[in-house]
Ligand binder design. Sequence first.
Ligand code: NAD
Length: 445
Amino acid sequence: MEIAIVGTGYVGLVTGTCLASAGNTVTCVDIDARRIEELKRGVIPIYEPGLADLTRNNVDANRLRFTTNYADAVPGADICFIAVGTPQGDDGSADLQYVLEAARTLAGHMTDFLIVIDKSTVPVGTARMVEDTIRNLTHHEVAVISNPEFLKEGAAVSDFETPNRVVVGYDANGAHGDRVRNTMVELYRPFVGDDRPLVFMNRESAELTKYAANAMLATRISFINEIANLCERVGADIGDVSHGMGLDERIGPFFLRAGLGYGGSCFPKDVRAIMHAAAEAGCTFHIVDAVDRVNEIQKRRLADGVCRRFGSDLSNHTFAVWGLAFKPETDDMREAPSIVTIDRLLSAGATVQVHDPVATQNFMHVAERTWVPETRARIVYAPEPVNAAAGADALLLITEWNIFREPDWNELKQEMRAHVVFDGRNLYDRWKLEEMGFEYFGIGR
Ligand code: NAD
C-alpha cells in the first residue's frame, strides 16, 4: 500500500519504518525541516532501540522517504496517518491544534478517496471533528479512523511489530465501512495473529480506550508508590509486597514497581486530558485526580530525602545524578522526574554532576529553558558514571539504565566524598551496600 505519515516523532517514525518493513511504500512528512533534513542524511533524531538500522534499511530499499511537503506524500496515498503531538493545553485538555492543522493541510492535497488514520492520542469526538474538517475543505471522499498507538518508548519497534492488540475505531455503518475494515485487516495482517488481536469498535470507544489504558497504568504506578510510602512507616518492604500482590492473577505483576513516579510524553498529559474530558462530560474523576496528585508528590521524594539527610542549604554539597531520561532506553526528557529532583537540589544551592547514556543533549535543552545561566553553571556533565560520583556527597539513582545496575562500589567509595546512596528505583541490594559502609535510602524499603 502507499502510505503517508504526518509527523515523524516517536510514533510517526516508528509507524512509518515498521510499515515500510512490512513491504508498504511510506512517505513521512513533517513541518520540522531540520528533522527531515537529518532523516534524509540517515541521522535518526530520536533514540529508540533498533530504530536507526531499520529506518536506514528501508530508506536504502526505497520503501521509506522523508519530506516537508505534503504534496510529495498525500496524492496517490491509500492511507494517511496523523501522528503529530497532542500536548497538554493550559486548562489540562489535549491541545488539538497540530492534529487539526495536519487535517487541514492534508485535505488540500487529496486527489482521491483517502483513509485518514488518527494515531495521535486524542479526546473522544476528535475523529468526527477531523472528518468534518477535511470534508469542509475537499470534495474527495474521506473516512477517518481512530487507531490509537500503545507502543512504549524504549521498546517502540518491538511493540509496534508484536503489539498486544491493535485497536481500530471506525464507522461501520458509514459509506466506506467495509472498505475501511478490509484495508485495516490487510494493513495490520503482518503484525497481528491469534494472540495479538485486531479489535474493531466505534471511533469513540477507540479514542477512550487509549486514555483509559494510560489512566489505568498511571493508577497502578501511583497506587504502588503510596503503598511504598506506607511500607517505610510500618517496616514492610515494597519489593516483597508487590511480589506477593502481583502473584495474584487477578492483579498481575506489571506496573507494580515503586519509584519516582511516572513521566514522559504520555501519562502526565493523558491523565490530565481524561480528567478534563470527564469534567466536560459532567463526570468527576476522583481516582485519576488523586493519581496525578500522588505522582507530583512522588517526583519530589528523592530530593526531599536529600534535604532531610543534608539540610535545606546544600550550597557546599555536590550530588551525583545517574540517569536523566524519564525511563531507560529513551532520550525523552518530557516530564522526567530528574528535572524535579535536580531543580530542587539546584534551588538549595547544590552542585549536580549528571550522567545519562543518551538523554544528555535533550536534558541540556531542558536546562536552557528551565534555569538561568548562573544556576546552570552548577550542572556538571560527566562523561562516565564514575566521573559523576567524584567528590559527591551522595549518589542519586534516577533512571535505571543497565549501565548503572552493577557499579564498582569499591571504586565509587574511593571517588565519593560521603558514602550515601539514594536509590530512586530500588535497583541496589540495600544489605550489601550497608555492609560496605554506604548509607542507603530506597523507596518503600
Ligand atoms: P513527537 O512530539 O515526538 O512528534 C510529533 C511530530 O509531529 C514532530 O516531529 C512535529 O514536528 C510534527 N508535526 C507537528 N505538526 C505537524 C504538522 N502540521 N504537519 C507535519 N508534522 C507535524 O510526538 P510523539 O511522541 O510521536 O507523539 C505523537 C502522538 O502520539 C501524541 O498524541 C502522543 O500522545 C501519542 N503517543 C505517543 C507515544 C509515545 O510513547 N511517544 C505513545 C503512544 C501515543
